[in-house]
Write a protein that binds this ligand. Structure first.
Ligand SMILES: NC(=O)c1ccc[n+]([C@@H]2O[C@H](COP(=O)([O-])OP(=O)(O)OC[C@H]3O[C@@H](n4cnc5c(N)ncnc54)[C@H](OP(=O)(O)O)[C@@H]3O)[C@@H](O)[C@H]2O)c1
Length: 325
């Protein structure tokens, strides 16, 4: 797999990022890690490395911490492997009852960022992350506190680069004004069924515009400032290759077009969906979600697909359920 220079860094990362949310047995807080979870993580990482993927995405909440923990166990089995990887994680979301009696909330306080990062490093068994993202905007955030936490983590060598997730242009611009170094990434949902990033541009000045998910100016800000857009749920969680019986008409139409283009391009439906994101000139990096080696292989075929402008717009129109205005 092609490795590309990541803007504002000295890193070279695989064009596709491998998401680790599926590792460690799901969201339940009290699940225990088993040998089966370890085997799943080992097989996933081995398949990823075989395909040339060196960039892995985590968050402190995935699998209630077990996604990082099981990944860390596999790293420990293979000394030297850590140095070949780009590990990214996220902090800032706090589930309810943590500690007991607390509500679900977001937390960009200096204290939480620092404490959560220590726990991330402990679970992964590493002394640093290449990239730390703030997971989801905190309504009570104080960017000065974020900047202090980032400065300390960088000075201590615990995090090399910083970015955000699920933030709009104004939030990024505001945070950036407090930081000495450029934000390197914004991780946002982008797929054929969640295409606000493309919708927002074509909706301007239209009387029957579709809701653009608050994307106003975000694509342009990222492109102007070389903030890499990372696409989470790039396959819309497998909906377009799953059971379509109770799905709305646009989903059925998009799935049919994806299948037909896969046939024409002699590739997989997963590759067509990812090629749709890869064609965008912003250099979007999809964050794959599958933990299954055979699905990873189906996804990586996207790197050999070049969609035409006409195919790109046909897919966009099918997913949004309306032709272009
Ligand atoms: N920043 C954020 O707020 C945020 C939010 C969500 C996710 N993420 C990141 O983005 C990554 C991807 O998210 P996602 O899991 O929603 O992405 P996705 O790639 O759209 O969906 C993958 C999920 O769909 C299932 N699936 C069903 N059919 C599939 C097929 N044919 N091909 C591939 N997967 C299929 C997979 O199950 P199997 O594992 O059984 O294949 C997996 O659970 C996560 O791992 C995480 O790193 C970030």
């Amino acid at each position: 797999m092609q490795q590309i220079p990541l803007p504002h860094t000295t890193l070279k990362g695989s064009r596709l990022i491998l998401g680790c949310m599926g590792l460690g047995g799901g969201w339940a807080p009290d699940t225990l890690l088993t040998k089966a979870h370890e085997k799943e993580a080992r097989d996933f990482l081995e398949a990823g490395l075989e395909l040339g993927a060196n960039f892995y995405d985590h968050a402190n909440i995935y699998g209630a911490g077990r996604s990082e923990e099981v990944f860390g166990r596999i790293l420990k089995e293979q000394p030297g492997l850590r140095d070949d990887l780009i590990i990214q994680s996220k902090v800032g979301i706090r589930w309810a009852d943590n500690p007991k009696g607390t509500p679900q909330r977001f937390d960009f306080s200096r204290k939480h960022i620092l404490e959560a990062l220590e726990a991330v490093l402990r679970r992964l068994g590493t002394d640093h992350l290449e990239i730390l993202l703030l997971h989801r905007p905190d309504a009570l955030w104080d960017p000065e506190e974020v900047a202090e936490a980032f400065a300390l983590l960088k000075a201590q060598g615990k995090v090399r680069y910083f970015g955000v997730s699920n933030q709009n242009r104004f939030q990024m611009e505001y945070l950036q004004s407090f930081l000495p170094d450029a934000l390197v990434a914004n991780q946002v949902e982008m797929n054929l069924l969640h295409s606000g990033f493309a919708e927002v541009g074509i909706s301007f000045n239209q009387s029957a515009a579709l809701y653009p998910d608050g994307w106003e100016g975000t694509m342009e800000y990222c492109r102007m400032n070389k903030v890499t857009l990372q696409a989470w749920s790039p396959l819309a969680r497998g909906v377009l290759t799953g059971d379509l019986n109770d799905r709305p008409e646009n989903v059925k139409a998009a799935a049919a077009l994806v299948r037909s283009l896969a046939k024409q391009h002699e590739t997989t439906p997963e590759a067509i969906q990812l090629a749709w994101l890869l064609k965008h000139p912003a250099g979007i990096q999809p964050v794959l979600g599958t933990s299954k080696p055979e699905r990873l292989r189906a996804c990586v075929k996207a790197l050999d697909v070049e969609l035409s402008r006409e195919e790109w717009y046909s897919l966009f129109a099918a997913g949004r359920g309306r032709p272009m205005p």
